[in-house]
Design a protein around this ligand. Structure first.
Ligand SMILES: [Zn+2]
Ligand SMILES: [Zn+2]
Length: 187
């Protein structure tokens, strides 16, 4: 992980939450409901949210003494392929987000590690890292089209669904049959 760089957040960026209208008084709440385009590479190698797909944010921003607690859900479509048979998978994903973002120069900001709590940049919160973590955690490492997907025959690459139960690649070439007889005789 690269060390945190002081990137400048753009308040118009879809995954940046602006808290200017949230008074810094513990207990005050605001809700954020919006649909934003998914950023690139949101997910794992075999499965993830397609870039630009609609992500629905349904979030609650709550002032706490040292920052803003963001909680709620993000919903979006996922696409990928089955790790056993490579058939396309489409599904939807709901992830829960709960993350504290400390005010700049608050005690929390100055005394906790970067990975423990998020940081605000002025009035702005970058939701993207927490969203990425939540999505990656929610996605299966080995996505399958269905739990009992039998996969492909390693010999011919045909889906086992489309093959008879006794499908096999035993050699029936008579020349080989002769050879195996020879081998058997030698034993
Ligand atoms: Zn499959
Ligand atoms: Zn086969």
């Amino acid at each position: 992980m690269p060390k945190h760089l002081p990137t400048h957040l753009d308040p118009r960026s879809p995954l940046v939450l602006d808290t200017r209208d949230l008074p810094r008084r513990p207990g005050v709440l605001r809700t954020v409901e919006r649909t934003v385009p998914a950023p690139a590479d949101l997910g794992l190698e075999l499965i993830g949210v397609p870039e630009g797909a609609d992500l629905s944010l349904d979030l609650r921003l709550e002032s706490v003494s040292e920052g803003v607690l963001v909680s709620g859900t993000v919903t979006g479509p996922i696409e990928g392929e089955c790790g056993r048979c490579l058939r396309p998978i489409t599904d939807s994903l709901v992830v829960t987000i709960q993350e504290l973002y400390a005010y700049e120069h608050s005690t929390t900001d100055e005394t906790t590690d970067e990975f423990e709590v998020g940081r605000m940049q002025g009035d702005l919160i970058d939701l993207e890292p927490a969203l990425r973590d939540a999505v990656v955690l929610a996605l299966p490492n080995n996505p399958v089209c269905r739990q009992d997907c039998p996969g492909l025959c390693p010999e011919c690459g045909v889906h086992r669904d489309e093959l008879p139960a006794d499908h096999s690649h035993q050699q029936f070439d008579p020349r080989w049959a002769g050879l195996s007889q020879l081998i058997r005789q030698e034993e």
